[in-house]
Structures are given as C-alpha cells and as structure tokens.
Ligand binder design. Structure first.
Ligand code: FE2
Length: 241
C-alpha cells in the first residue's frame, strides 16, 4: 500500500514531533503493509503553518529516508504538502513555494471545515486551469458533505479526486464523517484512502484495519484501488481518470 497523506515529517506542523516519532510511525506503517508514504505537512496556513518549500524541506525528507534505510525499514518517503486553500495558490506554485505530491500533477488541497461549495469550486477550477489535478483531502470531514454527501459529485465533475481518511471509515471522527465516507465508498465516489496520520499513538499510519473493512463491506478490488493502485499512480505521476 501507499499512503498519500501523512504528517510524518518531524517538527514542521502538528504531526511528528521528532525523528524518533517519525521512525515509530514508519515502523507502524511498514507493519501494516505500506511501502511508500508521501510526507504532507500542512502549509499555506497564514500565521499557523506556512511551510513553504525550501531546501531544508528536501534535506529533511532525505534525512528521514536515510534513517529508515539505516534501520532497514522498507519504506520510501516522498515529498509533498497538504496545501490549505487560501490566497493565490497558483502564484505560489509558480514561485516554487508549493509542491505537488512527489512533484507530480497531483496537488493535495485542504479547506476550512466550514467551506462553501462555491468557494471550494473556485479553488478547484483555479488548480485544474493550470493543468494540475487537485486531490481534496478528507471531504467527508467538511460540514457541507456531512450534511449533503451527494454534493461530492459536483467536486468530481470539476475534475478533483477524492481522498477519504482512514479514521473516517473506522468511525474515529464521529457520525457525520463516517456517514459521508460510507456514502462515498458505497457509490465508488472516492479515489484514495489515506491515513492523515499525525503520530504513532492516535491517528496512526496503520492502514491495515481500513483495508480489511473495505474488503469486507465493498470489495477487495476497491480496497486495492483506494489504498494501492491509485496512490501508486500519484507517486509515479500516472493518469487516474
Ligand atoms: Fe492532514
């Protein structure tokens, strides 16, 4: 499996707090069957987590990979960001302040939890107009989809792909996210399931349980698509739809 949304890079946001934490997160991921993780720190959140791309960022990804290799943990960490939809993100991409997932065509985007559909569509169109493919991070957690999950079809029609959090499927985020996630999965309206892991204790990168749930409730093929095939296509910059 490949995890395209994980806060495994240490000391950059509210995820891993040290290389030791990152190592423990990677061990959990490896045990659950994950071979690749895209490190996606929060970024472009004014005054909270800016995390615009820098040479230090690449150095940290390399350092983490070196540590994993030296400990024989069979996982590769790739560069990425979870970009908060705010301001002129296209200008920031052009200025190399924002990066896509493993420098592919795919940009992981998160929104304010109370975002309106109109505002979301505005950003998605801005991104697709430049030839990038937006992946909406955990839409099942946003109020509009908690209330009206079928609105996800408008988001997909706008050219975006849908990433559901493992914790929403397992019920860790409560009733509405679980209900919306179930609707997306039952109607094959999700493209990825990722951990959005923040630590080795809660919200961990263990994707094995969600793989089991999707196999049991939907199909092995869909679990494989959401957790392995599509995420690998992102890492390798291959077309998905
Ligand atoms: Fe996240």
């Amino acid at each position: 499996m490949f995890d395209i949304h994980c806060h495994i890079l240490p000391c950059v946001d509210d995820g891993s707090g040290s290389f030791t934490d990152s190592l423990e997160m990677a061990e959990i991921a490896a045990r659950s069957g994950i071979r690749g993780i895209v490190a996606t720190p929060h970024c472009n959140m004014p005054g909270v987590f800016e995390n615009f791309w820098s040479a230090d960022f690449d150095a940290k990804v390399k350092q983490l990979n070196d540590i994993l290799q030296s400990r024989n943990i069979p996982i590769t960490v790739y560069p990425g960001q979870e970009v908060f939809a705010y301001g002129d993100i296209i200008e920031r991409i052009k200025n190399n302040e924002l990066i896509t997932l493993n420098n592919s065509r795919y940009l992981l985007v998160e929104f304010d939890f109370s975002v309106s559909e109109r505002e979301m569509l505005k950003y998605l169109q801005m991104i697709t107009a430049q030839g990038y493919v937006p992946i909406v991070a955990h839409p099942e957690r946003y109020l509009i989809f908690g209330e009206t999950p079928e609105m996800i079809r408008d988001i997909r029609s706008a050219g975006a792909l849908v990433q559901v959090n493992s914790g929403s499927v397992t019920g860790n985020f409560g009733y509405y996210p679980e209900r919306a996630a179930s609707y997306f999965l039952a109607n094959q309206l999700a493209d990825f399931v990722a951990s959005d892991a923040h630590s080795q204790y809660s919200r961990t990168p263990d994707l094995f349980p969600v793989h089991e749930i999707i196999c049991e409730n939907y199909s092995y093929e869909y679990a494989d698509l959401l957790l392995d095939k599509n995420p690998q296509k992102v890492v390798n910059n291959k077309e998905i739809r």
